[in-house]
Design a protein around this ligand. Structure first.
Ligand code: NIG
Ligand code: FE
Length: 417
């Protein structure tokens, strides 16, 4: 077997080796650390992971690229499994209102918030959306993110705009080194014209949009903003079940602000993830643990909405719920691409250990996107997506917060920066 790339002398090699399934409880602490590690890659695949030097069956030649990992920490490529990557405009105009204490759902009710981004996304051409999202992806990969989920949801009833968002994501997936997985989220807000009859909009999503998204293979997942004043439990169930019927795997924005029973619904209909969960009930957490629904937690959003309320990560882990962590990058509730900052928030605010945090943004993130067979850990046969952090240990990434610790990213076996 020949190696095209070898990363050697790695002081801390965090492999996340283990079963390709969502990790919970104590398994979230087991990160497969190897001191003085070595990784060999052929093309875009890992062919060897171990300690010390290469075994004799791995051949090297004059073309093999060598990277030195001395005093570095190496992890699998980070996975940001919840973003609203493709959108037009920005919402810094909401800052003053936010500082005065106007709540997120009140801004939305007044026609701002998501509605304001719907307008900007409608106005933006394909190229403009593409370039803006590309810039975000460049930032994300510079922070160690190699796979990103991208939701539609700023077209809502304007289906052409929903399609435009997903087409942008598709083209970026083809052209940019970061892998992008699309989610259809037409059910992101109730359009003004359906304010008196939201069920009519739900019918349009179910009867027209979902079948078309599925037919055109525009998305892998279907998502709903299940929240007071947005989509009810019944409407969310209807949309997600229609999605599943057409091959779209259900995800849900659940119990972000009000405890509506989104976590319970996620368990009932076997969503792959339930996201946010700041207001999730004890019963909801218990049911998610039973069904092993992944809690995709987004502490950057809690921070930015200034509610002072964060998801109960510790209780979830103790109950046996697998956790993933994401930015929720979007122009309203979390305008940041920086997943390392989210990792620090998860630890410093939600009290997750560094081991749990790295598990949440690698193998559990891969599970949140159903990519666990090919990504999320450094093991023979998996994709050669790796991050070399210029830090002496894992704790350091969390502790020295708010800055970028990445030295190099390797994507599909190619050294990117
Ligand atoms: O996950 N909560 C709903 N959707 C996004 C915010 C989108 C926006 O405000 O533009 C979220 O926080
Ligand atoms: Fe979101």
């Amino acid at each position: 077997m020949k190696a095209t790339l070898v990363i050697e002398n790695i002081s801390n090699l965090i492999t996340l080796k283990g079963e390709n399934k969502p990790r919970t409880g104590l398994d979230m602490k087991d990160i497969g650390l190897i001191k003085n590690g070595i990784v060999a890659v052929d093309g875009d695949k890992i062919i060897y992971v171990g300690e010390g030097s290469l075994p004799s069956h791995i051949e090297i030649n004059e073309k093999t690229v060598f990277v030195d990992g001395k005093d570095k920490t190496v992890t699998p490529g980070l996975i940001d499994s919840h973003t609203h990557l493709v959108h037009g405009g920005s919402r810094e105009n909401e800052l003053a209102m936010k500082l005065e204490g106007v709540e997120y759902l009140d801004i939305l009710k007044k026609g701002g918030g998501i509605h304001s981004t719907v307008k900007s996304t409608k106005e933006a051409g394909f190229e403009e959306l593409y370039e803006k999202a590309k810039k975000s992806l460049d930032t994300m990969i510079s922070y160690g993110v190699t796979t990103v989920e991208a939701k539609s949801g700023y077209g809502i009833d304007d289906f052409d705009v929903e399609i435009k968002q997903m087409d942008v994501a598709k083209k970026l997936n083809e052209n940019h080194p970061v892998d992008i997985v699309s989610t259809f989220m037409g059910a992101h807000a109730i359009p003004e014209k359906y304010g008196d009859n939201p069920d009519r909009f739900v019918d349009i999503i179910v009867e027209k949009m979902v079948p078309e998204v599925s037919k055109r293979k525009l998305a892998k997942f279907c998502d709903v903003f299940c929240e007071e004043g947005v989509f009810t439990i019944e409407q969310s169930r209807k949309i997600l079940e229609a999605g599943r019927k057409y091959g779209l795997i259900p995800k849900i924005h659940a119990d972000e602000i009000k405890p509506l029973g989104g976590a319970e619904l996620a368990a009932e209909i076997n969503c792959i993830t339930a996201d946010h969960l700041v207001a999730a009930s004890n019963e909801g957490i218990k049911k998610m643990a039973e069904k092993k629904v992944i809690a995709n937690l987004l502490p950057g959003t809690s921070f930015n909405l200034q509610t002072g309320k964060f998801a109960r990560a510790r209780e979830m882990i103790e109950a046996g719920v697998p956790i993933s962590l994401s930015t929720d990058y979007n122009p309203g509730s979390c305008p940041t691409e920086n997943l390392q900052l989210i990792m620090s928030f998860a630890s410093l605010i939600m009290k997750m250990t560094p081991e749990e945090v790295i598990t949440a943004v690698t193998i559990n993130g891969a599970c949140a996107l159903k990519l666990e067979e090919e990504k999320g850990s450094l093991e023979k046969g998996k994709k050669a997506d790796l991050v070399i952090f210029d830090v002496p240990n894992l704790n350091y990434i969390i502790y020295h917060f708010g800055i970028n610790h990445v030295e190099k990213v390797i994507k599909d076996g190619i050294v990117i920066n």
